[in-house]
Each structure stands twice: as C-alpha cells, then as structure tokens.
Ligand binder design. Structure first.
Ligand code: MN
Length: 293
C-alpha cells in the first residue's frame, strides 16, 4: 500500500504585478505567500501569467535586456508567442506548447518580448516562467539553451484516448523527459480529458506542487483545485491521484531539494553575499557579454 502524498494547501493566485509591460504575473513563490524561499527548491520562483487578452500593439510589449546568474529560467508558452534573444547569440520564438530552458549559470544577458506577429494581432496570452536553482558546483558552468518545441517533448498517451502527458523532465511511466537538468527534477504537462483519472508516485523528499493551468482537478479524492490555483504538497508520502473535473491542463513540478545556503538578490541566485557582489561587479565590467536593446 503506497502512502498518499498529503496536500499542504491549495493556493489561489496572489495579486498580479507587471514584469516589464508584457507579462502580468501571479508570483506563487517565493514572494506571493509567506513561505520559505527554499520551500520549493530547486524551484526558486514561479511566475504565472494567467490567461488574458492583450490588445494589438505595433511595438511589442516585453522585458528589456537584463542579466541572470546562478540558475536556469524555464518559459512555458500556453497561449501567445514570446521572442527571445540572449548575449550568447541564441534567439528564437517560443510558440504555443513550446518550452524554452535557458541555463544562465555563469552569466547571460537576455530580453523577452511578445513575438511581433502576435503583438500586432493581439489575443489570448498565458505563460509560466520558472527559475530553477543550480547547485554550487554548477553555478559558474557555461550558459546553455534548450529550445524544446512541442513536437520534441516526450509524450505518454493515457490509454483509452483520455489525454496526453508531456514529460518535460524526469520520467513518467517509462517515458523519459526531454530536457536536461542539473539536479533530479520531474516536470510534466498533463493534458487530461474530462473525467480522466491518473495516479503516480513522486519521491517523499522531493518538493512538489501542481499548477492548474486549465480546468479543475480533484486531488487524492479529497479536495478540488480550480483553475489558476497551485496545489502545494507536504513532504509526506509519495502517491498522488488526480481526477479531471473537466478538460484540464496541469503543470506538475517536483524536485530533489538543493540543500545549500542560498542568497537571492535581484536577477542573481548565489550561495553567499560575496558571490552576489561579484555578480554585480562582473555585470558592470561587461563580463556578461553584450546585447542590443
Ligand atoms: Mn529574464
């Protein structure tokens, strides 16, 4: 008999704020609720742009050039398109269903804007951005970039045509995830048809949560989590059962905690204050490269 992974709390979206002029986000952690900044480690930040309409605009909305060091940013596009450029010469468009996994590590500059065509037309926009911490030994490794289209994401088809599980990282029912990660991470995008039931296990010590991107889900036969809510699990038990109350999309996040000191300041996630100061010095000295605004 497997033990149930207990629900700690179902969190409604905290008040939204703008990131630049292109992203209207609910920050579930670390700022939105009074929870420890390592509570979801290795996930440090979850910004969720709940579905909304952007009116047409010729000049694309977004966030200008800014640095990152010490972690990875993962952007998941559910609706709308985001264009991206970085100081390593990478660029691309994150289309609906795609994922961009950027390893900032030793340091990178980037900018994130609505894609021009989307901006001119306007329309529904829905995104997730995660910041995933790196262990000390990998913080200063070279920057990297994984552009993962929806077609490239490994998929598990639920028997009986009941939906699809996109295995972004880790492994689900023998299907290995597509993204490379530095620490053990399970990340799935579950697209469930109405009344689909699915059960799975995640390690007890992994920090675990589920964002309800669309629809509504009954968790462990007990509590219903509506759209735009985040289900935070205790580090107790392993077994989760879900039942879609309507057609639903769920983002499952689970990872082995990084048990190291963490000093977070602005766009940098390091282990010590000295390393934060070094990051500012290196940034000001132009060591993060160059990128036109
Ligand atoms: Mn950024």
């Amino acid at each position: 008999m497997k033990s149930e992974k207990e629900i700690q709390q179902i969190l409604p979206p905290p008040p939204a704020h703008m990131v630049g002029d292109g992203f209207r986000v609910h920050n579930f952690f670390p700022h939105g609720y009074n929870i420890d900044q390592r509570r979801m480690s290795p996930f440090f930040l979850l910004d969720y742009n709940a579905k909304m309409e952007f009116p047409p605009k010729d000049e694309p909305r977004g966030v200008g050039v800014h640095p990152h060091r010490g972690f990875e940013t993962v952007t998941i596009a559910y609706h709308g398109k985001v264009a991206h450029h970085d100081s390593k010469g990478n660029q691309g468009v994150i289309e609906e269903g795609d994922i961009q996994w950027m390893t900032a590590a030793s340091g990178i500059l980037h900018k994130e804007y609505h894609e021009v065509g989307f901006s001119r037309k306007g329309g529904p926009f829905q995104m997730v951005q995660l910041w995933i911490n790196l262990p000390a030994k990998d913080k200063m490794s070279p920057p990297a970039y994984q552009a993962i289209t929806n077609a490239q994401i490994a998929k598990y088809e639920i028997p009986g045509n009941k939906g699809t599980i996109e295995v972004i990282a880790g492994e689900f029912a023998g299907v290995k995830g597509t993204a490379h990660t530095f620490t053990p991470i399970e990340m799935y995008n579950m697209r469930l048809k109405d009344k689909t039931e699915i059960a799975f296990d995640l390690p007890e010590d992994y920090n675990t949560g589920i964002l309800v991107v669309e629809g509504s889900v009954l968790v462990n036969g007990k509590e219903v989590a509506p759209v735009d809510n985040f289900i935070l699990f205790k580090n107790v038990g392993t077994h989760i059962s879900l039942r879609a109350e309507k057609e639903s999309t769920l983002l499952v996040l689970s990872g082995q905690p990084i048990k190291e000191p963490l000093v977070a300041y602005g766009p940098f996630l390091m282990n010590t204050k000295e390393e934060i100061l070094q990051a500012y010095n290196d940034f000001n000295a132009g060591k993060f490269g160059h990128l036109e605004d």
